[in-house]
Design a protein around this ligand. Sequence first.
Ligand code: SF4
Ligand code: SF4
Length: 444
Amino acid sequence: MDEYKNTRRSQIRRMPAPERVMIPLSQHIGAPCTPCVAPGDTVTRGQVIGRTEGLGCPVHSSVSGVVREIAERHDARGRAVQTVCIDNDGHNTLCPDLAPYEGLLCEADPDRMIELIREAGIVGMGGAGFPAYAKISSARGKAELLIVNCAECEPFITANHRLLLENPASVINGAKILLKALGVTRGVLAVEDNKLDAANKLEQLLDGDQLLRVRVLKTKYPQGDERQLIYVLTGKQLPVGKLPADAGCVIFNAETCASVYQAFAHGMPVVERTVTVDGDCIANPKNVLVPIGTPIRDLIEFCGGYRAQPKKLLNGGPMMGQALHDPDSPVTKTTSAVLAFSEKFSPAPKEDYRCIRCGKCVQACPMHLMPIYLSQYLRAGNLEACLQYGANSCIECGCCTYICPGRVPIVQHIRVAKGKLREQKMAAEAAARRSEKEGKNGAK
Ligand code: SF4
Ligand code: SF4
């Protein structure tokens, strides 16, 4: 597979905050936040503007200014989400409550550390958006190995690579904080061999460190998938429905580690992130440090705008990213890349796709599934067979679709099947709850 890591030498450039940011109150897996500011309020950079009591973590303002409105807007995935719109006053006034962690890390109380990570709004910044504090809590006592995912295996994306080259200490220090919070004494920084310069930098800095070491992995998509990483590093296969902690591992992305370091060293919550902006339609592709809430349209302008009208805009990488319907939607904590492609990179889906039974999709599947059967059963409306053939094990890596000579949109079919299976399961659970309730009422 071509890597197209065109921006690997593009130093991270900080983008000035725009005149207005739009900060969605749901940027993580879990319950959306409830706003704790109102239109007309003055806010500072790093101030909490939304909180949730359930699974989830706070959302912070990335600029200082005045809340203009709180309204439903579409996020990059096309979901309608409550969003706080803030007019930037340009003063960049920091929230007075922000303070670095004081005290010795070796004496730190893990519960206090986990709370601090929650308060800083840290989520999986590789794209998953799972709250970091919840991952630490559930892995404590189970995990024995911390894996720092520095694979960045998707084509085009180089934001983590640049972070490892330009600020490797933040990733290493963040990983050490996580080790302490997890109560784990072993960590591995997993880097693909197309980033040997970054691996060397990390090794120099670690200099024989007892806690962390670097493992260089073969460059192979989808090496950065959690199951692949666990297998290649430990030899353990993670069954479907199991978490990495069930295999004694816990995995954090490199930028997530750097965010943990920022929170402890500077008291800074997640208010910005690095995004790769690339694709053959972008005038000046680059890696950009962007305030959360920046409209993607402004980010593209910062990269010189379009050199040609794109046929397809993507939020994320070309394999696992999703179509970006609205360029006015904002950058969030999980935006790793924005890609703009011409027809060359996004051929229109073929209406008359046809399976020639070559078997290439089966060979390409890293989860050892039968992608073609999944696609066929979905089209036949046989969800039961989709389930039996392991649709829920599909990691949506897109390898099958990429390799298919018949241009069958296999991964799209599997996504539909998984969505329908999820709906079925939820409906069955709701029905079971209803009948349980009715049973109890009848017994009274
Ligand atoms: S790769 Fe495409 S053409 Fe070949 S078996 Fe799979 S679906 Fe059919
Ligand atoms: S997207 Fe295709 S290749 Fe990837 S795991 Fe799913 S079925 Fe296998």
